[in-house]
Design a protein around this ligand. Structure first.
Ligand code: PBG
Length: 323
């Protein structure tokens, strides 16, 4: 005779019951696929530290976006590797720039897909910093104008959403104002509101060829030790007119995802970044971890922490498993 009244295991006995009881849901509609656009045609160059991730010419970007959309992924976020770089990041806001062309290519190939453009300068500056540099300093206000021009050029090319990631103070407000002045009041801003100075961006910098040539990004990205400051960053972006917020990286900062979720009512995204992807890939390649299970468990944990949207290099693969 049993003396236990409470037996949580009753609800774990078979998958159909577990499915009924499941709290956090992971679906293809939650996912955004990041893609790296480079010049040329027919180019598919794999990133060595991110197996399965490529630099694609714009024709191939369109093809990958279509594959993702067919798998149920509703959106892509686009990054660019320009032909050449300079001090003023002119490739970031060129009408015929590589990201602008990629936006048009995805728009043409998959008209229903949501197109997000990452709005930053680091891929386009010769020094690899996210803003204008003078005497070794990354200048804030001087960078705002270039970020605003970049966002407007991305909107002109057809982006639905622009995503400022430079961590310059006032960037959301400057971009909102510039978009409105140019007649793009319908274009939304996804603010990389809480972005930490993280070692987990390492592989991305290979993928986007955007490592800073001197110093690091700690004078503008956040200190990984700070949680209260994250609330302040998010609040400023809300006041400046962000349509939704993002926390980045995701996995090492699930507490921050939860805290932002609880404090703000805007939709929330989290970025499962390059290093977080590469760690699973590397362990799986060594046979040390079950890649599919680790991937789905990781993405589920980000949903459970409170993110509505997850940006992940696994988007297409995960969507296929979830369909
Ligand atoms: C641009 C930017 C970065 C990432 C997204 N946008 C790199 C950085 O800040 O150095 C990182 C994404 C990733 O690691 O997957 N500023």
């Amino acid at each position: 005779m049993s003396s236990l009244t409470h037996r949580p295991r009753r609800l774990r006995r078979r998958e159909s019951v577990r499915a009924l009881m499941r709290e956090a849901r992971l679906a293809p509609e939650n996912l955004v696929l990041p893609l790296f656009a480079c010049p040329g045609e027919g180019v598919r160059k794999e990133v060595s530290s991110m197996p399965g991730v490529f630099n694609f010419s714009t024709d191939e970007v369109a093809r990958e976006a279509a594959r993702a959309f067919d798998a149920g992924v509703p959106a892509v976020i686009l990054f660019g590797l320009p032909e050449s770089k300079d001090e003023t990041a002119s490739g970031a806001y060129a009408a015929g720039g590589v990201v602008q062309e990629a936006i048009r290519a995805v728009r043409r190939a998959v008209p229903e897909m949501a197109v997000i453009a990452d709005t930053c300068l680091c891929e386009y500056t010769s020094h690899g910093h996210c803003g204008v540099v003078r005497a070794g300093e990354v200048l804030n206000d001087e960078s705002l104008e270039l970020l605003a021009r970049t966002a407007v050029s991305q909107a002109e090319a057809g982006a639905d959403i622009v995503a400022p990631s430079a961590m310059m103070d006032g960037q959301v407000g400057a971009i909102r104002e510039a978009l409105d002045d140019a007649g793009f009041e319908h274009v939304a801003v996804m603010a990389y509101a809480v972005k930490y100075a993280s070692a987990f961006y390492g592989p991305f910098r290979e993928a986007a060829n955007s490592a800073p040539s001197f110093g690091d990004r700690r004078a503008y990205q956040m200190d990984p030790a700070n949680a209260r400051e994250a609330m302040r960053e998010a609040e400023l972006d809300v006041m400046e007119g962000a349509d939704f917020l993002m926390v980045k990286p995701a996995v090492a900062y699930l507490d921050i995802v939860r805290a932002v979720r609880e404090r703000f009512d805007l939709p929330l995204a989290a970025y499962h970044v390059s290093g977080e992807y590469a760690m699973i890939k590397a362990a799986a390649r060594l046979g040390w971890i079950d890649e599919r299970r680790a991937m789905l468990e990781t993405l589920t944990s980000i949903r459970r922490a409170g993110a509505d949207v997850i940006l992940t290099y696994y988007a297409t693969e995960a969507a296929k498993l979830l369909k």
